[in-house]
Design a protein around this ligand. Sequence first.
Ligand SMILES: Cc1cc2nc3c(=O)[nH]c(=O)nc-3n(C[C@H](O)[C@H](O)[C@H](O)COP(=O)(O)O)c2cc1C
Length: 313
Amino acid sequence: MIKLGRLELSGKLLLAPMAMYSDVAMRKICYGYGCSYSFSEQIRADEFIAKDEKLAKKLDLFLPMGIQFLANDPEVLRKAIEMVNKKEFYLGLENVRSIDLNLGCPFLMNKNLGAALLNQPQLVRELFKVMKETSSLPISAKIRLAINAKHKKTKPYLRIVKIAEEEGLDFIVVHLRNAAQEYSGEIDLAALKEIRENVKIPLIGNGDIVDVKSGIKMKQFCDALMVGRQAVSDPYLFKQLDCAFKNMKCSIDVIKEKQKCIRQYLSYSEQYKIGFQHIKIHLQALLRDTGKDELIKELTHTHTVEEIRDLVG
Ligand SMILES: Cc1cc2nc3c(=O)[nH]c(=O)nc-3n(C[C@H](O)[C@H](O)[C@H](O)COP(=O)(O)O)c2cc1C
């Protein structure tokens, strides 16, 4: 059991929010391997408060999890949080255990959202204040280190994390890249160490945890780990990390585990009525590095869930 501020979790491993990928079936598979928590994919607070039917269909708030908003207007964020408090309009809001603000998305900076806010500390403070005043649930922010390499030299990450601490956020997730790097290039573990040395707010480290070694290395400087892309193809990485934290040996038969994950994904996709595109990309990711390149190719040419089921058998 760990406490990230007011959020109590059964362990120290989280699945990263990933649009299209961290759907309910993937979350359920990962929770089965010892992952303790995850988030919705990013939701624009303005679309959320508009009670958007398309968004309502897309949201899959089925398991205990956080909800993540993109916002740059404190009053819009306030309304979105009030709707979460009142469990208004959207199904599954009773499963939401915390509210997160996205300060890391590199793709909506032209709309002044996500990572764009990293150089607007006063606005970030106002947004955090609104979260604290309005939310009845624990609150967090998921940040990147900076907008780009030049901006990083001014250490905006320290400023934002300090503001989060001052405004009473429960925890912070740090993706150890700048926004210009998107999803490649080296992560900066030294920046995580620096944050750890400067604030007391619970910290979750994120970025390029691809195996036990990289997880253990990052864990030195934070309270919990958030795994993204590697978990999509190897959900059992959570079990390997969990065993490593407990100093336990854990032998994994990769092919058997992948077969199990594929069976589970198909079964959960039926249970939660998950659409064709999600099933296709997840099975392709799960089959990666298994030598089943022919099958991956054939999956590319399928057009219906039935075809996928026939193919995977
Ligand atoms: C396809 C994809 C979608 C993502 N969607 C989101 C999102 O909705 N919200 C968010 O905060 N981060 C999002 N991310 C970033 C991840 O949460 C994570 O920070 C990033 O992938 C780094 O972790 P990793 O190296 O373990 O993958 C996304 C990443 C990917 C690859």
